[in-house]
Design a protein around this ligand. Structure first.
Ligand code: ATP
Ligand code: MG
Length: 236
């Protein structure tokens, strides 16, 4: 019987990148208490491309911030790739976020005073990767998102679609386990949005990254392995 245990474990595959059980989160605003997540269960396996949709105020960004270790939660459990997140102190959470999670936002959130290449390089610098290896990885990543000639430019010289390509390169350059994308196509025109979705999907496959995406965009949801709906903090 014991002989079979390792084989069974291998067949079960890696633990889910996101495993939430009964997550609740409230915001306190003065005397009022705003429930944002109400008992969310979620299991996202490694390599999945998952969308969360729902009306404005339904808790999408809150859910993404909890999964991205940006926000804490009040009750429930979160196991990220088998690590119990609630058991980590602030420093360990920050390290885990830096190493394992990339972020893509609606308004790109690039550092305006840094060049495109420096923006992409920044996560590698935080991780202490050696300069030579960093240069190579940044070059390759910029090439992959179609911006190899633009490394020296500042973000404000780029179009919205180009800025989002830089953000995608920055999110993936460290080969994270998880990419959190909050409305990544909301500021883009239709043709550009379609290109950005295809690029995210391709790079997700190439890097084996898991994507959790808040979106209203039907072009996005049709490309996803799973589409979940949040209503008033409850996930369906
Ligand atoms: N920092 C905050 N302080 C107080 N309340 C907040 C805060 N952030 C969010 N909320 C509230 O929590 C609820 C969920 O908000 P959240 O931003 O997660 O929704 P969302 O689905 O991302 O909405 P949208 O589609 O507009 O981006 C809302 O009622 C919102 O007003
Ligand atoms: Mg939001």
């Amino acid at each position: 019987m014991n002989d079979h245990a390792p084989r069974a474990a291998a067949a079960a595959g890696p633990p889910p990148v996101i495993l939430l059980r009964g997550i609740t989160k409230h915001y306190r605003l003065g005397n009022s208490d705003i429930p944002a997540l109400r008992g969310v269960d979620l299991c996202v396996p490694q390599g999945a491309f998952v969308a969360v949709r729902g009306p404005s105020g339904s808790g999408k960004s809150t859910l993404l911030n909890v999964c991205g270790l940006i926000d804490s939660f009040d009750a429930g459990s979160y196991s990220m790739s088998g690590t119990d997140v609630a058991g980590l102190d602030e420093r360990a959470r920050t390290l885990l976020r830096r190493e394992r999670i990339g972020f893509i936002f609606q308004s790109y959130n690039l550092v305006p005073v840094m060049s495109v290449a420096d923006n992409v390089d920044y996560p590698l610098r935080l991780l202490g990767v050696a300069p030579g290896a960093r240069r190579l990885r940044v070059e390759r990543m910029l090439e992959r998102v179609g911006l190899s000639g633009s490394g020296a430019r500042r973000p404000d010289m780029l179009s919205g679609g180009q800025r989002q390509r830089v953000a995608i390169a920055r999110a993936l350059v460290k080969t994270p386990a998880l990419v959190i994308a909050d409305e990544p196509t909301a500021n883009l025109d239709s043709a550009t949005a379609t290109q950005i979705i295809a690029l995210m999907r391709e790079l997700g496959r190439e890097h084996g990254a898991t994507f959790l995406i808040a979106t209203h965009d039907e072009r996005m949801t049709t490309q996803c392995d799973q589409v979940l709906t949040l209503t008033d903090g409850v996930l369906q």
